[in-house]
Write a protein that binds this ligand. Sequence first.
Ligand SMILES: CC(C)(COP(=O)(O)OP(=O)(O)OC[C@H]1O[C@@H](n2cnc3c(N)ncnc32)[C@H](O)[C@@H]1OP(=O)(O)O)[C@@H](O)C(=O)NCCC(=O)NCCS
Length: 378
Amino acid sequence: MSSASPKGGLEDVVAATSSICYLDGDRGVLAYCGYDIHDLARSATFEEVCFLLWHNRLPSRRELGDLQSELAAARPLSEPVLRLMRSLPPGDGMDALRTLTSALAHWDGGSVDQSPAARYRTAVRVTAQIGSIVATWGRLAAGGGPIAPDPVLGHAANFLYMLTGQRPDATAVRAFDVALTLHADHELNASTFAARVAAATLTDLLSTVVAAIGTLKGPLHGGANADVMRLLLEIGETASADRIESVVRAKLARKEKIPGFGHRVYRTEDPRAAHLRQMSRDLGARSGQTAWFEMSQRIEALVKAEKKLNPNVDFYSASTYHALGIPIDLYTPIFAVSRVSGWTAHVLEQYANNRLIRPRADYTGPEHPQRFVPLDQR
Ligand SMILES: CC(C)(COP(=O)(O)OP(=O)(O)OC[C@H]1O[C@@H](n2cnc3c(N)ncnc32)[C@H](O)[C@@H]1OP(=O)(O)O)[C@@H](O)C(=O)NCCC(=O)NCCS
């Protein structure tokens, strides 16, 4: 039996074959089904990316139109789901998303039909529903009433509309759409791996998404984007350069991790970070709030100089979402709004060529056999 990777965490272990996502951590290359992330960020919509991930090719105009219609038809939340959402106490958006996504199974009948066609329909449906759940949760948390989706809007525009009740402008829609594209897939990241492990037991697709949501929530994974904004707020909008530096240095001295920096795979800059940095700069300037971008830049320079660490996808997402007026509690759920496309693509791929994922552990416990001592003699 081969031993575990020396530092643990399955580092550098190849655990699956996949035709969905290409990642070269040394050169900073990310591509979905062969399409470079920079081209997709510049030219594709999130719906095109969903089709690409699910079908391994770009859609024709007609195919894209069909998918847009299917997503639009699947967006309205059912009354029972809305009732359940209203009955939850205010709290963490990822807790709510996990509960409500799990609850969809009771009304979707998704676990009965396990044919590939039914699983694909569930993938489309859960992608549409997660957008509506997160937007409506945010809306209720802000004291508003639920907004029905507008079927003429694309996924990004509809999300912002359901969240705010306002028609978003083209700049906001484009920025959010690009953010969704950038987060859509990332090879065997922790939540996608969790989803594939679940799928490999042949459980239903919705269960795999619930496993992924619980995994994404962690601060070492998707939870980092909200932690970045908390750090920026802790430092304070009007903080001097000295204060920024002293807060970050103090954290590093305490061996605390700075959220939004470092990556298991990239040895150079995360290619997604460049787009988010630019969006953070542009949207900050547009909203007249340049402080968060400027502070982020100072933190980036300091962490690079001190720890030789680059920002990852989460670092500039924080100030980007802030400039779009999105509340912090939604940052990680929004990651799920996008990543559900990648999770489901990987899960469909796993189902299509499945073998149970069941690795081994190097045993390091007490020697065998131990003499069993009855309870009253211990
Ligand atoms: C992403 C992450 C989990 C990858 O972790 P990993 O591959 O297991 O790397 P490690 O945690 O072993 O870190 C290696 C070294 O870099 C340091 N390091 C890694 N990320 C760091 C960060 N964000 N801030 C400060 N130091 C960091 C570690 O402390 C460790 O230092 P040491 O060797 O002196 O102990 C890690 O970089 C991290 O926790 N980042 C912050 C959370 C985050 O942004 N997550 C989103 C990822 S997209």
